[in-house]
Structure formats: C-alpha cells, structure tokens
Design a protein around this ligand. Structure first.
Ligand SMILES: [Zn+2]
Length: 83
C-alpha cells in the first residue's frame, strides 16, 4: 500500500508551521509556481530574473524592464509578446 502523501520533494522545514496564506501567495505569483518563477529568465541578452508585477499582471525583467504576459497560467516568454 502506498502512503497517501507519497515521497516528498525538497526538505520539510519551518514551512510546515506556516499559516494558511496560500491564496495570498498564489495571487503574488499570478498563479504561477514560485519554483517556476525562480528558474524563469528573460530572453534578453542579460537572461535576468523576473519579478511579478501584480498590477499589470506581468512578469517584468529586472534588467531590461520588459513585461511578459501570463496566459492561463503559462508565462509567455517571447520578446515579440513583451510589452
Ligand atoms: Zn530582460
């Protein structure tokens, strides 16, 4: 019989004791996985990390300032689509 939780990825840490703020957290990432945000990089030559612009619903490059839309939970990392 398999356990209900299965193997856990990463480490189990203080996050276990975190209050239930998951709704707020997902709002802060436009519904994207925070781990995905960490590995995403702008397609510009700097390949800079992106930050979330909640007001504009965009992922904004920290180097070139381009903003990339998120469509149905998928970041559109195309320079043609950048604003
Ligand atoms: Zn950039």
């Amino acid at each position: 019989m398999l356990g209900r939780h299965g193997p856990r990825l990463g480490h189990v840490s203080d996050n276990e004791t975190r209050d239930d703020t998951s709704d707020t957290a997902s709002d802060n990432t436009l519904g994207l996985d925070p781990l995905l945000l960490e590995i995403l990089a702008c397609p510009c030559p700097a390949h800079a990390p992106l930050r979330v612009d909640i007001d504009r619903q965009l992922l904004v490059c920290t180097e070139c300032g381009r903003g990339f839309p998120v469509r149905e939970g998928i970041p559109v990392m195309l320079l043609d689509e950048a604003v």
